[in-house]
Design a protein around this ligand. Structure first.
Ligand SMILES: [Zn+2]
Length: 388
């Protein structure tokens, strides 16, 4: 048993060592070749009080980055203490002097760790910065993809659509690994990036799609691109420039989407005028007559809106407009409206920002027998597929 553990620890340290995880935050930013051994760092939590970590296996292992893994029982209670404006971790009433430590759920690289009801592969990194604490999941990229894909696309969808989604998500993650959001993490685990739920969010069909495309990503001159995707484009996709004023080489073209042109997804929403004025932060009375003047992008989407109400006059992008009224309510930027006595009524088509791959369109192509390569080539014109 000891011998087995020793071998496996070496394996693990090799994995961490190769990725220089222990040296964080000194991640090289110039060039990371997309490498399956490069772990991704996903922010899970910013705990402020005591928490418990479990191992579903035999024991928990802790390291403060000095290559020594200390064995504990199956459960660890970690306290977060504030002392003179600095956060500190305590385990079993003993202070951890280091600014960070790693925890993993067993001796095997594949062993999982249980945190706040979710199981994770790889290791958890507990970090301190000033008076705040951060918990990240550090794990191989391919394991991460298995834990996020089913949250972004139904596992019951066609195999080629799932494969296209796996490659798009991998490209996004690789881009974020080169352009981390924070010195402590590459991405968050929510809708800000890609929704990641760990092992319990995995699905056999999704895992297969990840494995079928292992290491394949979308890039330009070998550099992974931040491959955006959305639910339904409404008939034509959109450029990143039009939505976010963001010059992205990978998202500078619009393409017509045969599926969405045939299958219109219509939505409606009504917003009371007081709520509308409040959401848009207009200080004038909601009873004041107002005008909404749209600026339309070549796709037909609303790129920005000017609101004229009494003495107020403001212009905001349609993405900001959707964000202020709620993305789930104003589902896309393809919309029209009618102002009533007490409310404003919106009617639109499509769902999501419209940039990059249209997921329903991808599914439509997959049903027609197109491969994931063909689907990706269609929705990301000018971008190439790179194999490991
Ligand atoms: Zn579409």
């Amino acid at each position: 048993m000891l011998k087995r553990t020793g071998f496996l620890l070496t394996f693990w340290l090799g994995w961490f060592g190769s990725s220089a995880v222990f040296g964080l935050p000194s991640r090289p930013v110039e060039k990371i070749s997309p490498n399956l051994n490069t772990p991704v760092r996903v922010l899970l939590d910013r705990p402020t009080s005591a928490l418990t970590v479990h191992s579903p296996h035999l024991a928990l292992y802790l390291s403060t980055g000095n290559s020594i893994w200390k064995r504990f029982g199956k459960e660890l209670r970690i306290e977060v203490i504030q002392r003179a404006g600095q956060a500190e971790f305590k385990i079993h009433n003993r202070r951890i002097p280091e600014k960070f430590f790693y925890l993993r759920g067993g001796a095997l690289a594949s062993d999982q760790v249980l945190y706040r009801g979710r199981k994770y592969r790889g290791a958890l990194r507990f970090s301190i910065r000033g008076n705040s604490t951060w918990v990240t999941n550090v794990l191989p990229l391919e394991d991460y993809l298995q834990g996020m894909l089913a949250s972004e696309m139904s596992p019951n969808w066609e195999k080629e659509a799932l494969r296209a989604q796996a490659v798009a998500a991998r490209s996004y993650a690789l881009y974020m690994m080169r352009h981390p959001k924070d010195p402590l993490f590459d991405m968050e685990d929510g809708i800000q990036d890609q929704v990641y739920g760990g092992v319990l969010a995995e699905d056999p069909r999704v895992n297969q799609a990840v494995q079928d495309t292992t290491g394949t990503y979308l890039g330009i001159q070998n550099d992974p691109v931040k491959a955006y995707f959305h639910s339904r484009c409404g008939g034509i996709t959109e450029t990143a420039q039009s939505v976010w004023k963001y010059q992205a080489t990978a998202h500078r073209y619009r393409v017509h989407c045969p599926y969405c042109q045939k299958n219109k997804f219509q939505w409606q929403a009504s917003v009371g005028l007081p709520e509308f004025f409040k959401a848009l932060r207009l200080s004038v009375s909601p009873s004041i007559p107002f005008r909404l003047l749209p600026q339309v992008s070549p796709s037909g989407r609303i790129a920005s809106l000017t609101i004229e109400a009494g003495t107020e006059n403001k212009t905001i992008s349609s993405d900001q407009f959707r964000s202020l009224l709620g993305y789930t309510r104003i589902k896309s930027a393809f919309f029209d409206w009618r102002v009533g006595k007490e409310s404003i009524h919106f009617e639109g088509t499509g769902s999501g920002h419209g940039v990059g791959m249209c997921q329903w369109g991808a599914r439509g192509f997959a049903r027609e027998g197109k491969t994931y390569r063909e689907i990706l080539a269609y929705y990301y014109p000018g971008v190439l597929l790179y194999n490991p």
